[in-house]
Design a protein around this ligand. Structure first.
Ligand SMILES: *Cc1c(COP(=O)(O)O)cnc(C)c1O
Length: 364
Protein backbone atom coordinates (compact mmCIF):
# COMPACT_ATOMS: atom_id res chain seq x y z
CA UNK A 1 0.00 0.00 0.00
CA UNK A 2 1.17 3.51 -0.75
CA UNK A 3 2.10 5.39 2.41
CA UNK A 4 0.51 8.77 2.97
CA UNK A 5 3.77 10.65 3.35
CA UNK A 6 7.14 10.29 1.70
CA UNK A 7 10.08 10.47 1.73
CA UNK A 8 10.60 8.95 5.18
CA UNK A 9 13.73 8.63 7.32
CA UNK A 10 13.08 5.55 9.48
CA UNK A 11 15.12 5.93 12.67
CA UNK A 12 15.89 2.70 14.49
CA UNK A 13 16.32 3.68 18.14
CA UNK A 14 17.31 0.15 19.16
CA UNK A 15 20.31 0.31 16.81
CA UNK A 16 21.12 3.79 18.11
CA UNK A 17 21.21 2.46 21.67
CA UNK A 18 23.26 -0.51 20.54
CA UNK A 19 25.86 1.86 19.07
CA UNK A 20 26.06 3.78 22.36
CA UNK A 21 26.65 0.52 24.21
CA UNK A 22 29.43 -0.17 21.69
CA UNK A 23 31.05 3.14 22.71
CA UNK A 24 30.86 2.14 26.36
CA UNK A 25 32.31 -1.28 25.61
CA UNK A 26 35.27 0.29 23.76
CA UNK A 27 35.86 3.02 26.36
CA UNK A 28 34.80 1.44 29.67
CA UNK A 29 36.75 3.88 31.84
CA UNK A 30 35.50 7.05 30.15
CA UNK A 31 32.27 8.94 30.45
CA UNK A 32 30.33 9.71 27.28
CA UNK A 33 29.24 13.04 25.79
CA UNK A 34 27.05 11.99 22.88
CA UNK A 35 27.35 14.43 19.97
CA UNK A 36 23.90 15.43 18.69
CA UNK A 37 24.74 18.61 16.72
CA UNK A 38 23.25 19.27 13.29
CA UNK A 39 19.92 17.69 14.25
CA UNK A 40 21.77 14.61 15.51
CA UNK A 41 23.44 14.18 12.11
CA UNK A 42 20.00 14.43 10.52
CA UNK A 43 18.33 11.86 12.82
CA UNK A 44 16.31 14.34 14.92
CA UNK A 45 18.12 15.94 17.86
CA UNK A 46 15.48 15.75 20.59
CA UNK A 47 14.34 12.20 19.83
CA UNK A 48 17.95 11.00 19.64
CA UNK A 49 18.92 12.69 22.90
CA UNK A 50 15.86 11.16 24.59
CA UNK A 51 16.77 7.71 23.30
CA UNK A 52 20.41 8.13 24.37
CA UNK A 53 19.39 8.71 27.99
CA UNK A 54 22.37 6.61 29.11
CA UNK A 55 24.74 9.35 27.92
CA UNK A 56 26.52 11.21 30.70
CA UNK A 57 26.25 14.48 28.73
CA UNK A 58 25.47 15.83 25.26
CA UNK A 59 27.46 18.00 22.85
CA UNK A 60 25.99 20.42 20.34
CA UNK A 61 27.74 23.03 18.24
CA UNK A 62 25.65 26.11 19.02
CA UNK A 63 23.58 27.91 21.64
CA UNK A 64 20.37 27.52 19.60
CA UNK A 65 20.80 23.74 19.64
CA UNK A 66 21.45 23.67 23.39
CA UNK A 67 18.34 25.75 24.05
CA UNK A 68 16.24 23.40 21.95
CA UNK A 69 17.42 20.40 24.00
CA UNK A 70 16.73 22.15 27.30
CA UNK A 71 13.28 23.23 26.14
CA UNK A 72 12.58 19.59 25.31
CA UNK A 73 13.40 18.70 28.90
CA UNK A 74 16.80 17.05 28.47
CA UNK A 75 18.38 16.91 31.95
CA UNK A 76 22.02 16.00 31.33
CA UNK A 77 24.84 18.50 30.94
CA UNK A 78 24.82 20.04 27.45
CA UNK A 79 28.14 21.30 26.12
CA UNK A 80 28.23 24.04 23.45
CA UNK A 81 31.28 23.10 21.39
CA UNK A 82 31.55 26.53 19.76
CA UNK A 83 31.01 28.38 23.03
CA UNK A 84 29.41 31.86 22.95
CA UNK A 85 30.67 35.24 21.81
CA UNK A 86 28.41 37.92 23.37
CA UNK A 87 27.24 38.77 26.91
CA UNK A 88 23.61 38.13 25.91
CA UNK A 89 24.43 34.67 24.64
CA UNK A 90 26.46 33.98 27.76
CA UNK A 91 23.56 34.95 30.03
CA UNK A 92 21.14 32.81 28.03
CA UNK A 93 23.50 29.85 28.21
CA UNK A 94 23.92 30.27 31.98
CA UNK A 95 20.19 30.69 32.62
CA UNK A 96 19.58 27.41 30.79
CA UNK A 97 22.37 25.51 32.54
CA UNK A 98 24.33 25.04 29.34
CA UNK A 99 28.06 24.31 29.59
CA UNK A 100 30.66 26.02 27.46
CA UNK A 101 33.80 25.20 25.60
CA UNK A 102 36.12 28.21 25.70
CA UNK A 103 37.79 28.26 22.30
CA UNK A 104 39.80 31.47 22.57
CA UNK A 105 41.02 34.07 25.05
CA UNK A 106 38.19 36.28 23.79
CA UNK A 107 35.70 33.71 25.05
CA UNK A 108 37.42 33.28 28.44
CA UNK A 109 37.66 37.07 28.88
CA UNK A 110 33.96 37.48 28.09
CA UNK A 111 33.08 34.93 30.76
CA UNK A 112 35.31 36.47 33.37
CA UNK A 113 34.17 40.04 32.75
CA UNK A 114 30.38 39.50 32.55
CA UNK A 115 28.16 39.56 35.64
CA UNK A 116 26.12 36.36 35.67
CA UNK A 117 23.06 35.29 37.69
CA UNK A 118 24.77 32.04 38.64
CA UNK A 119 28.03 30.27 37.84
CA UNK A 120 28.64 28.05 34.82
CA UNK A 121 29.24 24.36 35.43
CA UNK A 122 31.12 21.59 33.57
CA UNK A 123 33.09 23.87 31.24
CA UNK A 124 36.02 23.04 28.98
CA UNK A 125 39.03 24.82 27.56
CA UNK A 126 39.72 23.86 23.94
CA UNK A 127 43.47 23.45 23.45
CA UNK A 128 45.07 24.14 20.07
CA UNK A 129 46.92 20.86 19.59
CA UNK A 130 47.31 20.83 15.79
CA UNK A 131 43.85 21.17 14.25
CA UNK A 132 44.16 24.96 13.80
CA UNK A 133 40.45 25.56 13.85
CA UNK A 134 39.40 26.52 17.38
CA UNK A 135 41.45 26.49 20.57
CA UNK A 136 43.83 28.40 22.81
CA UNK A 137 47.54 28.29 22.00
CA UNK A 138 49.71 26.20 24.33
CA UNK A 139 51.60 29.21 25.66
CA UNK A 140 48.35 30.95 26.70
CA UNK A 141 46.82 28.04 28.64
CA UNK A 142 48.35 29.00 31.98
CA UNK A 143 46.89 32.50 31.75
CA UNK A 144 43.46 31.29 30.65
CA UNK A 145 43.19 28.67 33.40
CA UNK A 146 44.39 31.07 36.09
CA UNK A 147 41.83 33.68 35.12
CA UNK A 148 39.01 31.15 34.94
CA UNK A 149 39.96 29.63 38.31
CA UNK A 150 39.73 33.08 39.95
CA UNK A 151 36.33 33.89 38.45
CA UNK A 152 33.11 33.51 40.48
CA UNK A 153 31.38 32.67 37.21
CA UNK A 154 33.01 29.23 37.08
CA UNK A 155 32.07 26.45 39.48
CA UNK A 156 33.70 23.12 38.55
CA UNK A 157 37.28 22.45 37.55
CA UNK A 158 37.82 23.29 33.89
CA UNK A 159 38.40 20.24 31.68
CA UNK A 160 40.89 20.25 28.83
CA UNK A 161 39.57 19.41 25.37
CA UNK A 162 41.36 18.70 22.11
CA UNK A 163 40.11 17.61 18.71
CA UNK A 164 41.89 15.27 16.25
CA UNK A 165 42.39 16.43 12.68
CA UNK A 166 43.14 12.89 11.42
CA UNK A 167 41.37 10.43 13.69
CA UNK A 168 40.10 8.48 10.67
CA UNK A 169 43.73 7.61 9.85
CA UNK A 170 44.55 4.83 12.28
CA UNK A 171 48.09 5.06 13.70
CA UNK A 172 48.87 8.42 12.09
CA UNK A 173 51.81 10.08 13.89
CA UNK A 174 49.94 13.40 13.98
CA UNK A 175 47.33 11.83 16.24
CA UNK A 176 50.05 10.78 18.70
CA UNK A 177 51.46 14.31 18.66
CA UNK A 178 48.12 15.99 19.23
CA UNK A 179 47.33 13.62 22.10
CA UNK A 180 50.78 14.11 23.66
CA UNK A 181 50.22 17.88 23.73
CA UNK A 182 46.90 17.53 25.52
CA UNK A 183 47.94 14.76 27.90
CA UNK A 184 50.96 16.69 29.09
CA UNK A 185 48.76 19.64 30.05
CA UNK A 186 46.14 17.41 31.67
CA UNK A 187 48.82 15.80 33.83
CA UNK A 188 50.43 19.12 34.69
CA UNK A 189 47.14 20.66 35.84
CA UNK A 190 45.67 17.40 37.09
CA UNK A 191 42.61 18.21 34.95
CA UNK A 192 40.11 15.90 33.23
CA UNK A 193 40.63 15.66 29.48
CA UNK A 194 38.54 14.83 26.42
CA UNK A 195 39.99 14.17 22.99
CA UNK A 196 38.41 11.16 21.31
CA UNK A 197 35.73 11.39 18.62
CA UNK A 198 34.45 8.24 16.86
CA UNK A 199 37.64 7.50 14.90
CA UNK A 200 39.75 7.67 18.06
CA UNK A 201 37.23 5.76 20.19
CA UNK A 202 37.40 2.93 17.65
CA UNK A 203 41.13 2.90 16.91
CA UNK A 204 43.12 4.76 19.57
CA UNK A 205 42.36 3.52 23.11
CA UNK A 206 45.19 5.60 24.58
CA UNK A 207 43.28 8.75 23.65
CA UNK A 208 40.02 7.92 25.46
CA UNK A 209 40.76 9.98 28.57
CA UNK A 210 38.03 11.02 31.00
CA UNK A 211 35.32 11.85 28.46
CA UNK A 212 34.80 10.55 24.91
CA UNK A 213 32.73 12.41 22.29
CA UNK A 214 31.17 9.96 19.83
CA UNK A 215 29.24 11.33 16.87
CA UNK A 216 29.12 9.40 13.61
CA UNK A 217 29.55 5.95 15.18
CA UNK A 218 26.35 6.45 17.19
CA UNK A 219 24.54 6.69 13.87
CA UNK A 220 26.08 3.44 12.64
CA UNK A 221 28.59 4.72 10.11
CA UNK A 222 32.30 3.91 9.96
CA UNK A 223 34.70 6.87 10.12
CA UNK A 224 37.31 4.80 8.25
CA UNK A 225 37.45 4.51 4.46
CA UNK A 226 38.83 0.96 4.69
CA UNK A 227 36.67 -0.50 7.48
CA UNK A 228 33.01 -1.38 7.21
CA UNK A 229 30.62 -0.39 9.98
CA UNK A 230 29.43 -3.98 10.24
CA UNK A 231 32.97 -5.13 11.08
CA UNK A 232 33.12 -2.48 13.81
CA UNK A 233 29.84 -3.90 15.22
CA UNK A 234 27.95 -0.70 14.46
CA UNK A 235 24.35 -0.85 13.22
CA UNK A 236 22.92 1.66 10.74
CA UNK A 237 20.27 3.85 12.38
CA UNK A 238 18.61 5.63 9.44
CA UNK A 239 16.85 3.99 6.53
CA UNK A 240 15.83 6.58 3.96
CA UNK A 241 12.91 5.55 1.82
CA UNK A 242 10.48 7.00 -0.67
CA UNK A 243 7.94 5.90 -3.23
CA UNK A 244 7.62 5.43 -6.98
CA UNK A 245 5.11 8.07 -8.12
CA UNK A 246 5.14 7.33 -11.89
CA UNK A 247 6.53 4.90 -14.44
CA UNK A 248 7.37 5.45 -18.11
CA UNK A 249 8.19 3.29 -21.07
CA UNK A 250 11.01 4.86 -23.07
CA UNK A 251 12.04 4.20 -26.66
CA UNK A 252 15.60 4.07 -27.95
CA UNK A 253 16.95 7.63 -28.09
CA UNK A 254 14.64 9.10 -25.42
CA UNK A 255 16.42 11.38 -22.98
CA UNK A 256 15.72 11.51 -19.22
CA UNK A 257 15.58 14.60 -17.03
CA UNK A 258 17.22 18.02 -17.14
CA UNK A 259 19.91 18.40 -19.77
CA UNK A 260 19.13 14.97 -21.22
CA UNK A 261 22.16 13.59 -19.41
CA UNK A 262 20.96 10.03 -19.88
CA UNK A 263 19.64 8.55 -23.13
CA UNK A 264 17.93 5.17 -23.64
CA UNK A 265 19.97 2.84 -25.89
CA UNK A 266 16.96 0.55 -26.20
CA UNK A 267 13.36 0.39 -25.01
CA UNK A 268 13.33 0.56 -21.21
CA UNK A 269 10.91 1.04 -18.32
CA UNK A 270 11.84 3.67 -15.78
CA UNK A 271 10.38 4.77 -12.44
CA UNK A 272 10.13 8.26 -11.00
CA UNK A 273 10.90 8.36 -7.27
CA UNK A 274 9.79 11.20 -5.03
CA UNK A 275 13.07 12.39 -3.55
CA UNK A 276 15.58 15.00 -4.68
CA UNK A 277 18.16 17.51 -3.62
CA UNK A 278 15.34 19.59 -2.10
CA UNK A 279 15.12 16.87 0.56
CA UNK A 280 18.89 16.80 1.02
CA UNK A 281 19.44 13.84 -1.29
CA UNK A 282 22.83 14.40 -2.97
CA UNK A 283 22.80 15.78 -6.48
CA UNK A 284 26.27 14.22 -6.93
CA UNK A 285 24.46 10.89 -7.41
CA UNK A 286 23.17 12.09 -10.80
CA UNK A 287 23.81 9.30 -13.31
CA UNK A 288 26.00 7.34 -10.88
CA UNK A 289 23.95 6.44 -7.81
CA UNK A 290 21.76 3.45 -7.11
CA UNK A 291 18.64 2.74 -5.10
CA UNK A 292 16.86 -0.45 -4.01
CA UNK A 293 13.42 -1.35 -5.38
CA UNK A 294 11.72 -4.67 -4.58
CA UNK A 295 15.02 -6.07 -3.21
CA UNK A 296 16.94 -5.19 -6.40
CA UNK A 297 19.67 -2.55 -6.66
CA UNK A 298 18.98 -0.34 -9.70
CA UNK A 299 20.68 2.68 -11.27
CA UNK A 300 19.73 6.35 -11.07
CA UNK A 301 19.23 7.66 -14.62
CA UNK A 302 20.06 11.29 -15.43
CA UNK A 303 20.20 14.21 -13.07
CA UNK A 304 18.85 14.29 -9.54
CA UNK A 305 16.27 17.09 -9.60
CA UNK A 306 14.79 19.03 -6.68
CA UNK A 307 11.91 16.67 -5.93
CA UNK A 308 12.52 13.57 -8.03
CA UNK A 309 14.93 11.04 -9.46
CA UNK A 310 14.50 8.57 -12.32
CA UNK A 311 15.56 4.95 -11.87
CA UNK A 312 15.98 1.92 -14.14
CA UNK A 313 13.11 -0.54 -13.68
CA UNK A 314 14.02 -2.83 -16.58
CA UNK A 315 14.99 -5.65 -14.18
CA UNK A 316 12.15 -5.14 -11.68
CA UNK A 317 8.85 -5.95 -13.33
CA UNK A 318 6.98 -6.04 -10.04
CA UNK A 319 7.81 -2.37 -9.31
CA UNK A 320 4.87 -0.02 -9.83
CA UNK A 321 3.44 3.28 -8.64
CA UNK A 322 3.37 3.04 -4.85
CA UNK A 323 6.33 0.64 -4.58
CA UNK A 324 8.74 1.51 -1.80
CA UNK A 325 12.28 2.57 -2.69
CA UNK A 326 15.23 2.50 -0.28
CA UNK A 327 17.79 5.25 -0.84
CA UNK A 328 20.06 4.09 1.98
CA UNK A 329 19.81 1.79 4.94
CA UNK A 330 20.89 -1.78 5.37
CA UNK A 331 23.54 -4.00 3.67
CA UNK A 332 24.22 -2.98 0.01
CA UNK A 333 22.59 0.35 0.60
CA UNK A 334 24.74 1.20 3.63
CA UNK A 335 25.23 4.96 4.04
CA UNK A 336 29.00 4.45 3.80
CA UNK A 337 28.64 2.90 0.32
CA UNK A 338 26.28 5.64 -0.82
CA UNK A 339 28.67 8.31 0.50
CA UNK A 340 31.50 6.73 -1.48
CA UNK A 341 29.34 6.73 -4.64
CA UNK A 342 28.57 10.41 -4.06
CA UNK A 343 32.25 11.12 -3.50
CA UNK A 344 31.62 12.53 -0.01
CA UNK A 345 31.30 11.36 3.60
CA UNK A 346 28.31 9.95 5.47
CA UNK A 347 28.37 12.97 7.81
CA UNK A 348 27.36 15.23 4.93
CA UNK A 349 24.67 12.97 3.49
CA UNK A 350 23.02 12.35 6.86
CA UNK A 351 23.10 15.93 8.12
CA UNK A 352 21.70 17.25 4.82
CA UNK A 353 18.42 15.36 5.18
CA UNK A 354 16.05 18.22 5.94
CA UNK A 355 12.64 18.83 7.50
CA UNK A 356 10.79 17.95 4.28
CA UNK A 357 11.64 14.33 5.08
CA UNK A 358 9.34 12.83 7.74
CA UNK A 359 11.17 11.05 10.52
CA UNK A 360 9.58 7.88 11.87
CA UNK A 361 10.97 6.50 15.11
CA UNK A 362 11.05 2.75 15.67
CA UNK A 363 11.42 1.49 19.22
CA UNK A 364 11.88 -2.14 18.21
C1 LIG B 1 31.48 16.80 15.64
C2 LIG B 1 32.47 16.67 16.75
C3 LIG B 1 32.71 15.43 17.38
C4 LIG B 1 32.12 14.12 16.88
O1 LIG B 1 32.93 13.64 15.82
P1 LIG B 1 32.63 12.23 15.09
O2 LIG B 1 33.73 12.09 14.10
O3 LIG B 1 31.30 12.37 14.44
O4 LIG B 1 32.64 11.20 16.15
C5 LIG B 1 33.55 15.40 18.49
N1 LIG B 1 34.15 16.53 18.92
C6 LIG B 1 33.99 17.73 18.32
C7 LIG B 1 34.69 18.92 18.84
C8 LIG B 1 33.15 17.84 17.21
O5 LIG B 1 33.01 19.01 16.59
Amino acid sequence: MMSRTYPVAHIDLISLKHNLSRVKQLAPDSRVMSVVKANAYGHGMVEVAQALENSDAFCVARLSEGLQLRQAGIQQAIVLLEGVNTADELQLATDNDLSLVFNSLLQTELTISTTLNKPLTFCWLMIETGMHRLGVQLDKIELALQNLARSDNIKDQIGLMGHFANSELEGDIRNQQQLANLKELAQHYNAPFSMANSGAILSFPGSHGDWVRPGIMLYGSSPFADKMARNLYLKPVMRLSSTIIATQNLQEGDEVGYGGDWMAKQAIRIGIVSIGYGDGYPRQLSNCGSVMVCDKVVAILGRVSMDMIAVDLSSVWSAKVGSEVTLWGESYMHIDNIAAQANTISYELLSHINERVIREYHHG
